[in-house]
Design a protein around this ligand. Structure first.
Ligand SMILES: [Zn+2]
Length: 419
């Protein structure tokens, strides 16, 4: 039986109302994302095939819709898609595994992408084209209770697979969290479910903070130096395992099965190293934000570093991740990249030319002699505190003003006053 026009309108209105309600509720909540690993060892053959084919079919749909003249006209109810086969000929295939709701979501994601590109183009930015995918790695689970559901201590049920899946990591989700959408993810190391939860923001929780403010210097040798002299080295280089796999890979015959196996191992190792890097970045960022009320950093051009001299070192360090995480925080103040923080002396304002390899900074005017990186971090702190666009945090939390910090910054052995 088909729905009448009136019923359709009613349904639409109801949907809109719940959407607005949720939007209002989310204002007093913050999201948390948990990654749960699916334990595939207990799945039977059929279930393993299903899980694999979900991603294959999602890819088919994506590419099929992208090849259509009007991507918005695709009917997700139809089970037929056109696919290029091995000989690059068009072939019609029938979708068997991916449930209708997920098919619709693949289509919706693509529609959003197109709309996003369109609006970027509208404001005059250059945009590229959406490309065909050779692999689809993230399937939307758009509605908790419909597409996915927690059914036990370590069990999640997803739409399309009859039996529950056993997952690792569910203990992180507390009962007061509100469960929302998720994603089914395929990685070299296996399948995962990323689950978004919302928790209410409570205003009575005020964390204890040690320092009122700190300046940061990003470098190549020791990746981060703070103005109190803490140094973090966060570079994670190639592992011995990675080298070994790379060596083996080169010895395998091209397009052989063994070579493919090695490639898979290689991707897995890269994923592992990336996770290590991410973990380090997370820990350092949370430590910096926990211990300091205000973090000041300089807007340096990491991309430039990438291209130039330090490509490899930058690639292996978590610097980019750390910077982008810090930039999102309200506790962080960013000073202009053209401020000469390396050259300027923070006690007398003198400019000293210092070479890339010199590790110690010495100022002729006031006699300041200090480790190069710590000196730069202190200059960043000083410049930040005395800049005009001062402090994004509320007044009652301020403990110091820029004027007060001047004597605070003078270290022993440096007697000159600020001119
Ligand atoms: Zn000086």
């Amino acid at each position: 039986m088909r729905m009448s026009e009136e019923d359709k309108k009613k349904k639409f209105d109801k949907q809109r109302k719940t959407l607005l309600k949720t939007k209002e509720k989310r204002k007093s909540q913050r999201p948390l994302v948990f990654e749960l690993k699916i334990d595939t060892s207990h799945l039977n053959k059929e279930e393993q095939i299903k899980l694999k084919m979900f991603f294959v079919e999602a890819k088919w749909i994506y590419n099929h819709v992208l090849a259509m003249e009007n991507a918005f006209e695709y009917d997700s109810k139809s089970p037929l898609v056109k696919v290029l086969n091995k000989d690059r000929e068009i072939e019609e295939r029938k979708l068997k595994y991916l449930p209708a709701k997920n098919r619709q979501d693949v289509h919706n994601t693509l529609k959003w992408n197109i709309k996003g590109l369109h609006s970027t183009k509208k404001i005059g930015k250059k945009v590229g084209k959406l490309k065909f995918k050779s692999e689809y790695t993230a399937i939307e689970l758009s509605q908790y209770g419909v597409t996915h559901k927690i059914t036990g201590r370590n069990r999640i049920k997803i739409n399309g697979i009859k039996r529950y899946l056993i997952v690792r990591g569910l203990q992180q989700i507390k009962s007061q969290y509100e469960l929302a959408n998720g994603k089914l993810i395929k990685k070299p190391s296996g399948y995962y479910i990323k689950l978004t939860c919302y928790i209410n923001i409570t205003s009575d929780h005020i964390p204890r903070i040690k320092n009122p403010s700190t300046g940061l210097d990003f470098g190549i040798k020791t990746t981060i130096t703070t103005s109190v002299g803490e140094k973090y080295n966060i570079s994670i280089g190639k592992s011995e395992r990675l080298r070994r796999i790379q060596r083996k890979l080169h010895r395998r015959r091209k397009s052989s099965k063994n070579r493919y196996k090695m490639q898979m191992l290689l991707r897995r190792e890269y994923e592992y190293l990336n996770n290590c890097r991410k973990d380090k970045a997370n820990k350092i960022v949370s430590k910096l934000l926990r211990e300091n009320q205000l973090v000041i950093m300089q807007d340096e051009n990491i991309k430039g570093w990438h291209k130039g001299l330090f490509g490899k070192e930058v690639q292996y360090s978590a610097l980019g991740t750390i910077k982008s995480k810090l930039q999102k925080s309200k506790q962080v103040l960013i000073i202009d990249k053209y401020v000469p923080t390396t050259k300027r002396c923070y006690t007398c304002g003198n400019m000293v030319e210092i070479g890339l390899s010199e590790r110690v900074y010495h100022c002729d005017k006031c006699g300041l002699t200090e480790d190069r990186d710590i000196k730069t971090a202190k200059t960043v702190l000083y410049e930040g505190l005395s800049s005009v666009n001062y402090i994004p945090i509320p007044t009652e939390h301020r403990e110091i003003t820029p004027v007060e910090t001047k004597p605070l910054l003078q270290t022993s052995g440096c007697g000159a006053s600020i001119v």
